[in-house]
Structures are given as C-alpha cells and as structure tokens.
Design a protein around this ligand. Structure first.
Ligand code: M6R
Length: 591
C-alpha cells in the first residue's frame, strides 16, 4: 500500500534522502509517487505516475532540511499526476501524504468549498491539508491543528503533514503503520516502514493506533490524538542488518528471498521450547482455536488445520481474516485466535483481532515483523525470524509460518523433539535442494510452459492449500491464469477445463493419500493434460518430475519451494518484474 516518508533535522540533503527513502518503499507496491521539499520558505513539489526509476536527484540537491514523500496505491481517484501525493493547503504552506481512507471526505470537501477552498484532485486526501489550514487559523499551533483536523476524519489512516512556517513534521495514525527513526543529535525520520531510513539510523519508535507525533528535528513529542495528552515512548533498536533488506547480487528480491530459505526455515524452527509447549497447552485448553490470515498466510493456516489433525488429532478452525467477523458467535473468552501475518500490518487481520478482543478471546500472533502492530496488539507473539521480506510475493515467510505451525502441532501431540528434528532435517534438505542445478531445471520448465494461458495445480491433504498457494504465487507475479484445486474435487467440475496439453502440476508426498492423487492425475492425463509432478518420487503418470525431497509431515514446506522458483521464472520469461506485480501491494493496510 502507500508508502510514507519524511525527514526533519540538521541534514541539508533532505530532498535526496526522501528520494532514497521512496526507492526503499517501492517494494510495498504503488502506481504514482511524489515529493515536497522546503527550499527557503517555498515548497518544491514533484509528482508523477509510474515507477520512480532513475529520477534526476539533481532536482533535489538544493539545501533542504524538511521533506515529505509518498508512493501512492490508488483508492479514491484514478492514477494521475494530480491525484499523486503530496497534496497542499490553499496557501501552499502545508503538504500532506496519506495512507488509508478518509471515509467522510465528500462531506468535509463540501464544507471546505463553502469556506472558499479549491481542490485540484479527486482524492480523499486533499481535504486533509485544507482542514489543517482551517484549524491552524484558530490556534496558530501546527501540531494542535493536525490533532483538531484528525478529530473530523472517519476511517483508518496514517498521515504525515509538513508545515513550512514552523518547520515541523506532524504524523498521526489510526490504522496504517508509522515508525519514527531517531538519528541522535541530528534529526528524525517518519516512515511507513524501517527500510526507508535504516541506512541512517538503527533506533526506532513506533506510533500506536490513536497516537500522533510532532517534531521540529530537535525534539519529538508523542501524544494521544483524542485527548492531546503526551505519551512516553521507548526507543527500540532494529535487530536485523541492512544487508538482509537488500538484494545483494540477485536481480530480484523474490529470488533472493526464495534462496534465503536455505537458512530461514531453520531460524523459524529454533524457537524456545518452553514457549512452544506453553502455546500448545493454551490450544489444548482453549474452547475453540481459530487460525486466521490473508493470502499466503491464510494458506499456511489452512495447511495447519491438516497438521493439527494428522499430527495432534486436534480440531482447529480456519477463516480468512476478511470473513472472520461472520463467525464471532463462536468466540468466547476461553477461545484462542491465532493470527498469522508476515507484515503484522494487514488491515483485515487487525480487524479479526478486534473481533476476538470484543469477545474477550486471547490472541496469539505468528508474525515476521517484530514491533509491527499485530505483534504489539497480540497477547503473545511468536516471531518466525525470516528476516525482511520485500518482494510482494511472500516466499520465505510462508515456509517459516508453516514450520512454526507444524512445530506447535508436534508440541500439542507431546512429540516436540521429534517435530523439531524433522523440521531441522527438512531445513537442511531445503539447503541442499536450492542448488544451481535445481534452479536451472525449473528455469527450463518455465521456458517450456511460459506461454501457456492456463495452469492447474492439484493437491490433497496439506498439499491442497499448497495447490491454492501455488496458484497465488504464479498469478501474482507472472499473470498466468493459474488455479489450485483439491485433487478429489476435479471430477466434480474443474476437469471440464482440461484440454489436450493443459499443464497440470500435481503435488505429492509419501503419504496415505498418494494413491488417491495419482489416480486423480491419471484422470487428468486421460483427458490430454501434461502432468508435472512435484514430490519425493517419480511416478509413471508424470510427464515431467521435479524432485522435492521426502519430508514426511513437512512435505508441504518442501513442495512449495519449486513452485516459488517456477513462478519467479514464469514472470521473468514473460517479461514481468516479479518484485512489482501490477495492482498489488506488499502490506495491505486497507480493508
Ligand atoms: O503480511 P501478511 O502476511 O498479513 O499479508 C497477507 C497477504 O496480503 C499476502 O500473503 C499476499 O497474499 C502475498 N502477496 C502473497 O504472495
């Protein structure tokens, strides 16, 4: 979703810093961008649609110590230069960037127009600087004006406002994330995500929902938006290294992050055993456990339903976070809601947490980003320790989530040691599997099928959610129409789609459902499908076979990795940038 960046302080290169900051937020997904720098007493504003690309930073080298910038993912108003942020007040002294939605903007716009304000864009955002300008007339205090304006907004948002006259930045959040970077004795950064400023500082302060922050670069004050009361704020060190958030020698983050799985799965497995046992006990005692997530994280939750059933003979319920509120009748104070999220910022998941809270249920979060909103809102958190994931397509976060969920299932079955051993062996086998020959083999397969319009993937048991995940991965980066099915469901409808030569991927394991799925593969083959098997053994029905080593109950983790590599090469062969899929954002902070 939209990326926010701002700087105020002693530095005089705030324009160049802002461009760099924006480039580090590109991975979140955007369709236009913009920047405002204070040069002298004037604001220099530049906006455009499309990629930031090789923007001429010469344009921003004039001495400047106050800047804001934005990558926009359009919601209200089309993708145009005018609609790009920042938006300005009537007097051009206030500039605002925004993530989220001001739901009552039409009403506010009407009132402001009646007071003589003119609007240049179709966005909801543009009412914000105009309303702040009106409030500023009352008190002359910029932070107070932003606070007063916020009290008029309905909806979930993060805003960052710059004021040329007081030389201040003020930010407020009621939903989307905002993080302050503290450069001691020099200044402050405010951004949607740490990579935007981590080159300059490794100390952060998180804004909680309902909070605002005001800084002139010398000091900083956090306060409550509603009451105006100041709030103390801890400084927190960033625990990962800058190299982990960079591409290194890889052309794309997606491939780098796929390769990171050589050690990220082992990191996910190395959890504190006492903590895992405590969580297993909480699941055992809970009156109803619910697994909730979106997109790829949701597929991890679905796979975990099978892990808990097969390994621990324990029933858990899965719901997509966006559907969860419809099941609130089943929540009790004794229920446990396990939310799974890479970013820890997904709006639908945050809403699911609120639904759980309203019923008094406890919330366990399985997240990647430490300090994220979901991490801070949950009763307990388990970090998957995958390291920064920047490609829009989630890869190493998924295998980390699966590993942690399977580990919990083993703990619930009182076989934690056995589960840990199996998962560490799986991690070692992933390390071996991700060798250059394996990658080349998948590149060759991608070359063979990259012009196909349709791709089908089938699985059974935990390989069924992996078939759904395979489809997401292929769709989002290559735009091939891919669909995943429960293998046994084919004959109930989807088999009508199969034509001569249709590529069908069959995810297999050495498990109790192997014979079933092989017979489903035969049914496809009999109708002309080209069968691509993924799993530990070659079977006669396969036209092509990609070996994913034997991993027992962890086969889902093993099988999804070749699909990730295949999706990557399908995108590249089709001339698409896998790191920046159209229409998508890395963290989906709107509902
Ligand atoms: O950050 P989250 O794990 O909560 O994100 C959930 C989904 O938005 C995410 O998994 C999305 O589906 C990915 N683009 C899939 O690769």
């Amino acid at each position: 979703m939209c990326g926010i960046f701002g700087y105020v302080g002693k530095r005089t290169d705030a324009g160049v810093i802002a461009i760099e900051g924006l480039k580090n937020l590109e991975y979140r997904g955007y369709d236009s961008w913009g920047i405002a720098c204070k040069n002298g007493s004037e604001l220099h504003v530049k906006k455009d649609i499309g990629p930031i690309g090789e923007i001429d930073s010469q344009e921003f080298t004039a001495p400047c110590s106050l800047s804001i910038a934005h990558t926009r993912w359009a919601t209200h108003g089309g993708v145009t230069q005018r609609n790009a942020h920042p938006h300005l007040s009537e007097d051009r002294n206030i500039a605002v960037v925004h993530n989220g939605i001001v739901e009552n903007y039409l009403e506010l716009r009407k009132d402001l127009k009646a007071k003589g304000h003119t609007f240049q864009s179709e966005t909801d955002t543009e009412v914000i600087p105009h309303l702040i300008e009106e409030e500023l007339k009352k008190t002359g205090d910029f932070a107070e004006a932003v606070r007063a304006a916020c009290l008029h907004f309905e909806g979930r948002y993060a805003i960052l406002a710059l004021h040329t006259q007081s030389n201040m930045l003020v930010a407020a959040r009621t939903g989307s994330p905002l993080i302050v970077g503290v450069e001691k004795g020099s200044g402050y950064f405010i951004a949607s995500d740490i990579p935007a400023f981590m080159k300059h500082t490794r100390t952060v302060q998180y804004l909680d929902d309902g909070e605002m922050v005001a800084t002139d670069g010398k000091s900083i004050t956090f306060s409550d938006i509603k009451t105006g009361e100041t709030r103390p704020k801890r400084e927190i060190p960033i625990t990962y290294h800058i190299e982990q958030a960079q591409k290194g020698d890889f052309e794309h983050f997606m491939l780098k992050e796929i390769m990171d799985q050589k050690d990220s799965v082992a990191r996910a497995v190395n959890q504190d055993e006492g903590e895992i046992r405590t969580i297993a006990e909480a699941i055992r005692r809970a009156k109803g456990t619910f697994l909730v997530g979106c997109g790829t994280a949701a597929k991890a939750c679905m796979a975990a339903e099978y892990f808990f059933s097969v390994v621990a003979e324990h029933h858990v319920n899965f719901a997509h976070a966006s559907e969860f509120k419809l099941f609130h009748h089943f929540l009790k104070p004794e229920s446990l809601v396990i939310v799974v999220s890479q970013s820890g910022e997904t709006a639908d998941v945050l809403e699911a947490i609120r639904v759980a809270r309203d019923k008094g249920a406890k919330v366990l979060a399985i997240v990647n980003v430490e300090g994220s909103t979901i991490d801070r809102e949950a009763d307990y958190t388990l970090l998957i320790n995958a390291g920064p994931e920047r490609a829009v397509a989630s890869t190493k976060a998924l295998t980390g989530q699966l590993a942690v969920l399977l580990l919990i299932a083993y703990a619930l079955a009182e076989r934690l040691k056995e589960g840990k051993t199996l998962l560490l062996e799986t991690a070692a086998a992933i390390n071996d599997m991700l060798n250059p020959r394996f990658v080349e083999r998948l590149e060759t397969l991608a070359e063979k099928i990259h012009e196909e319009e349709n791709l089908f993937i089938i699985g059974k048991g935990w390989n069924y959610p992996m078939a759904l995940e395979s489809a997401i991965k292929i769709q989002e980066v290559s735009y091939v129409h891919a669909e995943g099915f429960a293998a046994g469901e084919l004959k109930h409808g989807p088999i009508a789609l199969i034509e001569k030569g249709s590529p069908c991927i069959v995810l297999t394991g050495n498990d109790e459902v192997l014979l079933d799925i092989l017979s489903n593969a035969q049914e496809l083959k009999a109708r002309g499908a080209m069968i691509i098997g993924i799993g530990p053994k070659r079977h006669d029905v396969f036209d092509e076979w990609i070996k994913a080593p034997e991993a027992s109950t962890a086969q889902a983790i093993m099988n999804i990795i070749p699909i990730q590599v295949l999706a990557y090469f399908l995108a590249v062969k089709r001339g698409k940038n896998p790191d920046m899929p159209r229409n998508l954002a890395k963290s989906v902070t709107v509902k």
